[in-house]
Design a protein around this ligand. Structure first.
Ligand code: ZN
Length: 407
């Protein structure tokens, strides 16, 4: 049985954490000097493992295995959110590399191989899932031309030029080469920790449905307009959000979440009653039936608000993605591996966060493995996972990949 080397996994992760180290986390935006150095280092580690590794024209790293038999693709992303954690993304890259190493070191499994992929900008600094979308063939040159870093305004082309990668071709997936794609990741929530579990097997990556709420009232003087006659768009909007928050718990699914990410008041002055108010609102769930129900209710609540209120309230759907379903046979392989390595300590669960696997799932049977996040914290420099859980997850992933390679 291919056996991972715990010290190699932990030392690779700690070495990566030194690129852009920030407190106990990392600050490693894509194509920053630290990120470029981390990518060069990781590509070197891939070559040491016998993979033919190249960094491509979007800064993806692709490491091809020379083994003659069946192949599995695995990986994640290396860049971080700003001033964030050391494991988000890096964990899945190192696990994939370790699986490739452990499988090639074992006489019984070395005929099969793991290709390792590191997808650029999963965290959305320059765009949305640029690396995995490039790899799966749904990123065009025009979008790359337009992309700029949302924090610094730096153009993606310029950043790629600085790195020396701008003129390189972009790797494109060859689905016929692979039996499966696996991505491991920290959970980023507290489901596993709260249940005293150590491995999560992802059933689906949630769909995200987004809306704009617009309320039109009447802009007027905050001192001279009586309460009886004013039409305060801001107040009406806040009342509507309150009604949603009271109603949704009665009809939502067990893991539905909703977020008002932004509220705007127009004109937004202290002595003016807002004449217009707007909000960006988001629903997430892995079940489209639940999302349909919540959306119908949203429109119903808006009608009720319009009948009883003094303003006009409109709900406009901005986007609605479908959940990315993880492959059942691959989930079963992860179940078997987890049951062997951590009996009674694993569960199936949806992912509330987006991941590169949702794009790969359009081309290949895909699966995801979660390890616990201490305190449920991520996208913060205190993000962490115990060494024992890190090591366990690497072995469970490797076992599941072996299972698929040998099936
Ligand atoms: Zn991530």
């Amino acid at each position: 049985m291919a056996t991972i080397k715990p010290e190699r996994v932990l030392s690779d992760l700690r070495t990566l954490a030194a690129f852009g180290a920030y407190k106990t986390g990392v600050h490693r935006p894509p194509l920053s000097a630290q990120d470029i150095a981390a990518r060069e280092w990781f590509a070197g580690r891939m070559r040491e493992a016998g993979l033919d590794a190249e960094i491509d024209g979007i800064a993806n790293i692709f490491g091809e295995n020379r083994a003659s038999g069946r192949k599995v693709l695995s990986g994640s992303h290396l860049e971080s959110q700003n001033h964030a954690g050391w494991l988000d993304g890096a964990l899945g890259c190192v696990y994939a590399l370790e699986a490739a190493r452990a499988i090639s070191e074992d006489q019984a499994t070395r005929h099969g191989g793991v290709d390792v992929a590191v997808f650029s900008d999963e965290e959305g600094h320059f765009g949305s899932f640029l690396g995995s979308r490039s790899f799966t063939g749904v990123l065009d040159e025009k979008e790359i031309d337009r992309a700029t870093d949302r924090a610094t305004g730096l153009s993606l082309r310029q950043a790629l030029r600085t790195a020396g990668w701008v003129d390189r071709p972009r790797h494109l997936i060859d689905p016929s080469r692979y039996a499966a794609f696996f991505e491991a990741h920290i959970e980023q929530g507290d489901t596993l920790e709260n249940a005293n579990l150590r491995v999560g097997i992802v059933t689906a990556i949630v769909a995200i449905w987004q809306y704009r709420f617009t309320v039109v009232g009447e802009q007027n003087h905050a001192g001279t307009t009586s309460m009886a006659r004013r039409r305060d768009a801001g107040l009406e909007l806040v009342r509507f959000l309150r009604v949603i928050d009271q109603r949704f718990p009665e009809i939502c699914g067990p893991r539905s979440v909703w977020t008002t990410g932004r509220i705007d008041l127009d004109p937004g002055e202290k002595s003016i009653i807002p004449g217009r108010a707007g909000a960006l609102f988001q629903l997430r769930d892995a079940d489209p039936v639940v999302l349909d129900r919540l959306e119908s209710d949203l429109y119903h609540l808006a009608r009720v608000a319009n009948e009883g209120g003094r303003c006009e309230l409109a709900v406009e759907r901005l986007s609605a993605s479908m959940p990315a379903l993880m492959d059942e046979a691959l989930q079963a392989a992860l179940d078997r591996a987890a049951a062997r390595r951590a009996p009674g300590k694993h569960t199936r669960m949806p992912s509330g966060a987006g991941h590169d696997a949702q794009w790969l799932a359009r081309k290949l049977p895909a699966a995801m493995l979660f390890v616990p996040s201490i305190g449920g914290i991520s996208h913060h420099w205190t993000e962490n996972t115990s060494d024992e859980d890190i090591v366990l997850g690497a072995q469970v992933l490797t076992d599941a990949i072996v299972d698929v390679l040998q099936s």
